[in-house]
Ligand binder design. Structure first.
Ligand SMILES: [Zn+2]
Length: 68
């Protein structure tokens, strides 16, 4: 499994979080990353290039939250 492909709504379906604060922390932990388009590695938000393959082809993890 590629850790960069974690789907938040999928995680929340499997592991429902009621506490809104915990939910915010969980979303942040899951979403605050940059994903390398070349190798799929997760990088910190501050990264400008991939820590694994040094590619500059990074994208922000999509931060769309599904509200239910
Ligand atoms: Zn990479």
């Amino acid at each position: 499994m590629n850790p960069g492909s974690v789907n938040l709504s999928e995680v929340l379906t499997r592991m429902p979080i009621e506490d809104p604060l915990k939910k915010r922390i969980a979303s942040k932990a899951l979403l605050d990353h940059k994903i390398c388009r070349d190798c799929g590695a997760r990088n910190p938000m501050s990264a400008t290039r991939c820590r694994r393959c040094k590619s500059k082809n990074l994208r922000l993890k999509h931060t769309k939250l599904v509200r239910r």
